[in-house]
Design a protein around this ligand. Structure first.
Ligand code: GLN
Length: 483
């Protein structure tokens, strides 16, 4: 799709400004129902598009992403643009700088349509924890788009952006991509700079693309990958063009299917998954059953490590340095003694009112896990199990090239189905969190659909690859997609 639009631009069949206008028209028409966007950046987008049109008019060459309209998750900073992470505590926060990925995309002439809705601070699997609104799944508006990058996935699935950026700490790119019938890529930890993305759990977070096709995801990855002095965990890279590795040939590749993941699969999802294995076989790949024996602990240790990092990362939102300050609420404006509110009360009130329930739940869990007396029993132990999970992957990758499973154990669910029971919500990520814990790259792509209530609800397949083998998983998914 990106390549097609690029060709239209250079053949002057359409201008970048017209393309941007078309997308804003689509947003105007559809987004009051879908609710993918929190903020539109129309002025910025039109300036960016005009610049591209001038280049084309002058006969200058343009890059593949130049003039192509995209959407950005609202926890990634764009200089001068409101950035809320869908939380009231950042309601009035205007980012004073560009995230590294944004700087790179600006250099490549990308057009930013706006910022997308998400679960508050990226905590959730349905986008229902946004402080602002619900985002509906364009495939079936009775259902959630997944989360936390639900707005980014819905914008692409609803044809209100050509592609988008999400963030993924435990599945937040892949699960919504799967629910909305799109492609989502979580790169290897360190492949893409996290500078300027509002941190959730820094040892797990990665930024990545959501797109209509695997090739589009590859093109975006090429644009945002690379070492960055502003993120010490970013890895050296060789300016690869990932789209050049999509050969369409997977013959001889060995795909491992973890028995722990598929044992409990049932019904239609199981059928779709089995058919996808047959398709990979027909394309020349071999399938092997493997074991990732420590998978059963993944969810538990994720909820210890992630919440610990959350409690530390979110300590900075205290009403002083960022965003909103609740010092003026009527009841506690002044103390009984007539003096202004004390600093501690400003902190406490700001955090009490500014953070949503799910965020507070996680800060409390994480603070508990890190506190003296519990640190060894929870945090330290979880770190040790994380090392074992990583070893499971190292061992598996001695035998197989890729690890494959459905992205989620079920298709998109209905609004409210899991909001009363956090644990049920957490289970949505059972297949996706291990990639974050081990740091490996993983892609979700459509492998079929299940008919429910007269709608074709998409089923995603997840391919995990060896560390830094994005080209491998991209080529596998691409080959599946085009056949
Ligand atoms: N749904 C998971 C969670 O709630 C993952 C979130 C994410 O990847 N940002 O933590």
């Amino acid at each position: 799709m990106i390549r097609e639009l690029h060709n239209k631009l250079i053949n002057r069949e359409i201008t970048a400004t017209q393309l941007a206008r078309d997308y804003f028209d689509a947003i105007e028409k559809k987004d009051s129902e879908i609710g993918a966007y929190l903020t539109l950046t129309k002025k910025l987008a039109m300036e960016q598009a005009e610049f591209v049109d001038e280049k084309i008019a002058k006969g200058q060459e343009i890059g593949l992403l130049e003039g192509i309209p995209c959407a950005i998750k609202d926890n990634i900073c764009i200089d001068g643009v409101r950035t809320t992470a869908a939380s009231e505590i950042l309601d009035n926060y205007i980012a004073p700088y560009d995230a590294t990925v944004i700087r790179k995309l600006k250099e490549q002439g990308v057009v930013f349509l706006g910022k997308t809705n998400m679960d508050q601070f990226a905590m959730g699997s349905s986008t229902e924890s946004s402080a602002y609104k619900k985002t509906k799944n364009p495939v079936d508006i009775e259902r959630v788009p997944g989360g936390s990058s639900g707005g980014s996935a819905a914008a692409v699935a609803g044809e209100m952006a050509v592609w988008s950026l999400g963030t993924d700490t435990g599945g937040s790119i892949r699960q919504p991509a799967s629910f909305c019938g799109t492609v989502g890529l979580k790169p290897t930890y360190g492949r893409v700079s996290r500078s300027g993305a509002i941190a959730m759990a820094s040892s797990l977070d990665q930024i990545g693309p959501i797109a209509n096709t695997v090739e589009d995801a590859a093109i975006v990855l090429s644009a945002i990958a690379g070492e960055d002095p502003l993120d010490a965990t970013s890895a050296k890279s060789s300016d690869k063009k990932y789209e050049d590795y999509l050969t369409g040939d997977v013959a001889g590749k060995v795909i491992g299917v973890p028995k722990e993941y598929v044992e409990s699969l049932e019904g239609e999802i199981k059928n779709v998954f089995e058919k996808s294995l047959e398709k990979f076989k027909a394309l020349g790949a071999t399938i092997e059953t493997i074991s990732l024996p420590h998978s059963e602990y993944a969810l538990a240790i994720y909820y210890i490590l992630m919440t610990s990092e959350v409690s530390s990362n979110l300590a900075k939102f205290d009403g002083i340095k960022f965003g909103m300050r609740f010092e003026d609420d009527v009841d506690s404006k002044t103390q009984e003694n007539g003096l202004p509110k004390k600093l501690l009360e400003t902190y406490l009130d700001t955090r009490k009112i500014g953070f949503g329930d799910e965020v507070k739940r996680r800060i409390m869990l994480g603070t508990y896990a890190l506190s003296a007396g519990y640190y060894d029993a929870y945090y330290l132990k979880a770190q040790k199990v994380r090392a074992l999970i990583r070893q499971d992957f190292e061992k598996a990758f001695e035998k197989v090239d890729f690890i494959f499973s459905p992205t989620t154990p079920e298709v998109a669910f209905k609004f409210g189905e899991k909001t009363q029971d956090p644990l049920k919500m957490y289970l949505s990520d059972i297949y996706t969190i291990t990639a974050n814990l081990a740091g490996v790259p993983a892609i979700s792509f459509p492998i079929g659909a299940v008919e429910t209530d007269g709608k074709n609800l998409s089923v995603g397949g997840q391919l995990m690859g060896k560390w830094f083998d994005e080209e491998g998983i991209l080529n596998m998914a691409h080959t599946f997609e085009i056949n």
